[in-house]
Write a protein that binds this ligand. Sequence first.
Ligand code: DQA
Length: 145
Amino acid sequence: MKTVYVLNGPNLNALGNREPGIYGGRTLSGIESDCRTTAAELGFEVDFRQTNHEGLLVDWLHEASERDVIGVVLNAGAYTHTSIALHDAIRTIQPIPVIEVHLSNVHAREAFRQQSLISPVAAGVIFGLGPLGYVLGLRALAARP
Ligand code: DQA
């Protein structure tokens, strides 16, 4: 079966309680179950993970490449805006496509959120659509040739 990784970065474990006016009320396990439902429909096996540690995200991207996954949906949280290491990791695992996802509309927020170090190396970017963004990310991977 085709495997996809759905990787989540810092503070996303707190979804549900964390600034619900910005991120909504859905928990990360709710988002995981949305992803599992969509993955089952698409015939994907989904490996869904969260960490608060930047280096672990790098390790998981390398692991995705070693496991020959067909793509990654990545919400890197705040590391999106700071991490050259994640930028480099995404380049390192090319041609595996990485879809960058954000729950919130980062371009309608603080200036420091309006730069992504990941977008230039992502296969696509989805933001501002809440949990639906993850589902659309999986569908985007399924639609790739
Ligand atoms: C986020 C946006 C980031 O700016 C923020 O640091 C997050 C969540 C989002 O999903 O909207 O942690 O990636």
